[in-house]
Design a protein around this ligand. Structure first.
Ligand code: GAR
Length: 216
């Protein structure tokens, strides 16, 4: 039997923090065996920080522009994260590229959500690009993070239809609603010991995952 752990989460954001909110809501209600112990934004003054403050979670700004280069920003970020003794580092709309110095250090306990069905549409403007490519299906992906941008072993995806004459805003909203289901689910699996990263391989319920899980 797996022992359920109450995980300490540090959430990194750069903006409005709706994925953060979805995690906070379930952590506070007790649905999720986890606590958000700090929220860190590389962008000062964003709304996600306010969401943390509203529920008494430390909301910290670490402006990358105050650092000479990417590695020195990341060293400061790692020190800050580690001062909260986190089990998991959650990238929730954190829009900075991370170097191997960071991603290797947190390997297996660093998660990201991306608004596309990876490996399709890495990078920005995924909804516009999915419509322009004539996709009939789009979605979001939760994955372990490696140094490869929007790469790393895939865990779980949620799919949505792309309608004829869809517009990027409507499609983004449809995908975002699914994102808000993906993060709490993956954190729960990790807390339950059902989900693990072993090297580059994802294991789920004691079996090697050959393709990402689907959240229906
Ligand atoms: C989300 O759609 C997330 O998937 C995306 O940023 C948005 C953040 O929204 N992340 C990326 O594009 C990472 N490559 P939120 O601040 O409301 O959670």
């Amino acid at each position: 039997m797996n022992v359920i752990r109450n995980l300490r989460l540090v959430v990194l954001i750069s903006g409005r923090g709706s994925n953060l909110q979805a995690i906070l809501d379930q952590a506070i209600s007790g649905e999720l065996p986890a606590a958000v112990v700090a929220v860190i934004s590389n962008q000062p003054g964003v709304y996600g920080l306010e969401r943390a403050r509203q529920v008494g979670v430390p909301a910290l700004e670490l402006d990358h522009r105050h650092f000479a280069d990417r590695p020195s920003f990341e060293v400061a970020l790692m020190n800050l994260i580690d001062s909260y003794q986190s089990d998991l580092v959650i990238l929730a709309g954190f829009m900075r590229i991370l170097t191997p110095g960071f991603t290797d250090y947190y390997q297996g306990r660093l998660l990201n959500i991306h608004p596309s069905l990876l490996p399709k549409f890495r990078g920005l403007h995924t909804h516009e690009r999915a419509i322009a490519a004539g996709e009939t299906e789009h979605g979001a992906t939760l994955h372990f993070v490696t140094a490869e941008l929007d790469g790393g072993p895939l865990i779980v995806q949620a799919r949505v239809p792309v309608w004829p004459d869809d517009d990027p805003g409507a499609l983004a909203a449809r995908v975002l609603a699914q994102e808000h289901r993906l993060y709490p689910q993956a954190i729960r699996w990790l807390a339950e010991g059902r989900l693990k990263l072993n090297g580059e391989q994802v294991w789920f319920n004691g079996e090697l995952l050959r393709e990402p899980l689907r959240l229906e």
